[in-house]
Design a protein around this ligand. Structure first.
Ligand code: PHE
Length: 345
């Protein structure tokens, strides 16, 4: 029996030493020290021994059990430590790795143009005014000296909703509404950006919906030279100090006289290129002195007050400023196009 116990101890200690994880170690514990294990069995068989041998064997069995138990305990501590180290190694974070970039948006190029133009005019003392996109025929046409049946209404093919309501074809109705609110008292100095709608077939330079930015100034003694000076300052600030402007006679029912403004081509500096169609000049906006009928209809005394107005397409400005060759890019919202206009790059 003594031999058996010593052999047992040796086997157990070898197995404990070789155990490579906590589960294996636990299996060894159950196998050797469990209730059905060989040491318990040996102790049970103690009754068959002589009285002399019994205490000796008893002590030996206890010694074997103690040795195996403490070997297991020691090994357990080692394995537990190893398990923690392994887990930590697996969970290591490399804090020096670059993070994933957060996809931040940017302003739409049209928003940028509108805000830039707004800022320029705010700097000259203007305020921003807005109005409805679904507009009354009265404000869109009649109050602007375009009575029903007037042939010039054909200049702006319209989307009618009812006979008297339409999608505004320009932002001039905001001017009519603002003038009316002023109840015949100047000064009025506003800039009106917003979406407008016309029955146009979409192509590289036309869109049935686009953005306009219009301005209006009404006060005593406002003259054509004020309009010219304002537009000159505006063109230089937006397109560069070396821009020249030129005014050509034109026609709008709500202004008299009416003009169209060109700026000297910023690409070829007046030499002639494909952008300016070899003329050296690029048309930018329409403008004029507010027609006396328009002033009177809005409640202003046209003998005392005069004013000027101008209007431009935000898309056209953006296309020229950023070199965009197709107006449809502004509306298809391809992020590859839009991301080129990141303010921070
Ligand atoms: N409302 C005009 C248009 O859409 C532009 C304009 C505004 C012209 C103000 C003159 C004065 O064509």
């Amino acid at each position: 029996m003594e031999e058996q116990l010593l052999q047992l101890k040796q086997d157990a200690l070898v197995k404990v030493k070789e155990a490579c994880d906590l589960k294996e170690l636990n299996d060894i514990r159950v196998a050797y020290l469990g209730k059905k294990g060989p040491i318990t069995e040996a102790l049970k068989g103690m009754g068959k021994l002589s009285a002399e041998e019994r205490p000796k064997m008893g002590a030996l069995a206890n010694e074997v059990r103690g040795a195996v138990a403490s070997a297991i305990e020691e090994k357990q501590a080692v394995l537990e430590k190893e398990a923690v180290a392994k887990k930590l190694a697996a969970e290591t974070l490399d804090v020096t790795l670059p993070g994933r970039p957060v996809n931040i948006g940017n302003h739409h190029p049209l928003t940028r143009v509108v805000e830039e133009v707004e800022d320029l005019f705010i700097g000259m003392g203007y305020t921003v005014a807005e109005g409805p996109e679904v507009e009354k025929d009265y404000y869109n046409f009649e109050a602007l000296n375009l009575p029903k049946g007037h042939p010039a209404r054909d200049m702006q093919d319209s989307f009618y909703i009812t006979e008297d309501i339409l999608l505004r074809t320009h932002t001039s109705p905001v001017q009519a509404r603002t003038m009316e609110k002023h109840e015949g008292k100047g000064p009025v100095k506003i800039i009106c950006p917003g979406k407008v709608y016309r029955r146009d077939s979409d192509d590289a330079t036309h869109s049935h919906q686009f953005m306009q930015i219009e301005g209006l100034v009404i006060d005593e003694h406002i003259r054509m030279s004020d309009l010219k000076g304002t537009l000159n300052a505006f063109a230089k600030k937006l397109f560069g100090e070396d821009r020249e402007i030129r005014l050509r006679p034109s026609f709008f029912p709500f202004t008299e006289p009416s003009v169209e403004m060109d700026i000297s081509c910023m690409i070829c500096k007046g030499e002639g290129c494909s952008v300016c169609k070899r003329t050296g000049w690029i048309e930018i906006l329409g403008a004029g002195m507010v027609h006396p009928n328009v002033l009177e209809m809005a409640g202003f005394d046209s003998k005392k007050y005069s004013g000027f107005a101008f209007g431009m397409g935000a898309e056209r400005i953006a296309m020229l400023k950023y070199g965009v060759d197709d107006i449809r890019h502004f509306y298809t919202n391809d992020t590859r196009f839009l991301h080129q206009f990141h303010e921070h790059e």
